[in-house]
Design a protein around this ligand. Structure first.
Ligand code: ZN
Length: 433
């Protein structure tokens, strides 16, 4: 539904009046360490303190709140290949539910993650939340506490403007999106039955509607040689790993040259201790991105959305390369599929894409182009649960995960204005305005 100009003006004025409080809130949220426990550095923490803080803020805005941890077998329950060995103990999701009017209208999910990447090596105080030069500085300011606050303050702006709405808002602040997580928090929300007529995934950057992302497949190859002295029949696992890495390089070049180029990244190559010893083991780990078209083809030919065909191709490639090497032919490497994060695409003509695009245009005076994000996001999980999903983020390009992470206050305000207008348009009772 289109909002009339008076209502729009009232919402935008209410949003603008909350600017100082928004800045103070984001700064305080950054001061709470919610670094993902699997970040790999000394700053590792838990999301819980941030969730408890946000719970109080949602409750003050009238939300009924629930905290729940993802089940230990969350990926198995969802039929996904997810990262093994992660625990969600003491890492609850926070879900807030708000009934608007008599609740009989439509429903909308706002989703965003509470965890951040690690903070070691940052060049600013990661948990200072300093406000300077029109920005809020610190770990998570851009990715994604600024976006969490955008969701909250969009609702606050609608309440302050007194716009009559009817339906239900579901606010999901989730855990384990970062640091090689697979979005266990959002998967758990889907498994717990949270559904709506549409979802806005508040993550990413650009203050433009995000209508899809690529999938990410992670694999590990453990290559077995024979440890010992080079003169005594040892077999160097690094040499054997290089045979397989060369084969993967062929795939990398093919995929980079495809009509829709994708990435093959050798991110880990572990082996060896000292030069005098022939290493007996080597480990390679790769991330590959893949397209929606590949996931669709897997669905058609293998019955499951995801990377099934790409995995088959890699299994063949490793088997063929190994088969040509006498040692590897007898000592096959161990191939482990670590995780398969699905791609998604929302049609450009989906109502929620139009609603967020119209809202951003009204909030900024210029119409932003919807785009397909290269980085993966939690939006895939709500999308694949059948909820039309659009991404929208206020992060600053180049600053997410950076040593000097920060977010522009003006961008956050574009976010509050946009998301408030989008919620109003989706859940308004205003007749035909
Ligand atoms: Zn993020």
């Amino acid at each position: 539904m289109t909002l009339n100009a008076t209502t729009r003006g009232r919402i935008l004025a209410a949003a603008d009046s909350l600017r100082d409080e928004l800045v103070d809130t984001v700064s305080r949220m950054v001061q709470i360490n919610t670094v993902n426990p699997y970040c790999g550095d000394e700053t590792a923490s838990l999301e819980k303190p941030g969730q408890l803080d946000l719970r109080d803020r949602l409750a003050a805005a009238g939300f009924a709140t629930t905290l729940f941890e993802p089940p230990a077998d969350v990926y198995a329950q969802a039929g996904m290949i997810g990262p093994a060995g992660r625990s969600w103990e003491d890492r609850p999701n926070l879900v807030g539910e708000l009934t608007l009017g008599d609740g009989s209208g439509r429903s909308l999910i706002l989703n965003c993650h509470m965890d951040t990447v690690g903070a070691e090596g940052m060049t600013i105080d990661p948990f200072g939340g300093e406000v300077r030069d029109g920005c809020i500085h610190g770990r998570g300011s851009s990715d994604s506490k600024g976006n969490l606050a955008v969701g909250l303050f969009a609702v606050r702006a609608l309440q302050a403007a007194g716009v009559p709405l009817n339906g239900r808002l579901i606010f999901e602040s989730v855990v384990d999106e970062e640091c090689n997580g697979g979005g266990a928090g959002t998967v758990a929300c889907c498994l717990a039955g949270y559904r709506a007529d549409a979802a806005i995934c508040l993550d990413g950057l650009g203050t433009q509607p995000i209508v899809g992302c690529n999938g990410v497949l992670t694999l590990r190859l453990d290559v077995h040689g024979r440890a010992g002295h080079a003169a005594m029949g040892a077999v160097n696992a690094i040499d054997k790993a290089r045979v397989l890495a060369d084969a993967m390089d062929v795939l990398k070049r093919q995929r980079a040259a495809a009509a829709e180029p994708t990435m093959v990244n050798l991110g880990v190559f572990h082996a060896g201790t000292i030069p005098a010893i022939v290493p007996g083991e080597a480990t390679l780990a790769y991330n590959l991105t893949y397209t929606v078209a590949e996931a669709e083809q897997s669905k058609r030919e293998r019955g499951a959305w995801g990377s099934a065909l790409l995995r088959e191709q890699i299994e063949r490639l490793i088997a063929d390369a190994g088969g040509r090497d006498p040692w590897l032919a007898d000592h096959a490497p161990t191939l482990t599929w670590v995780k398969d994060l699905f791609p998604y695409a929302t049609p450009l003509d989906a109502e929620i894409v139009r609603v967020v695009g119209d809202a951003a245009a009204a909030a900024t005076g210029r119409r932003p182009a919807p785009f397909h994000m290269l980085a993966w996001s939690d939006a895939c999980h709500t999308s694949l649960a059948g909820i039309p999903t659009v991404g929208f983020g206020c992060g600053l390009a180049g600053k997410a995960h950076a040593a000097d992470e920060c977010v522009r206050i003006d961008d956050l305000m574009i976010g509050v204005r946009t998301v408030a207008l989008a919620i109003a348009a989706f859940l308004s009772t205003e007749a035909g305005a």
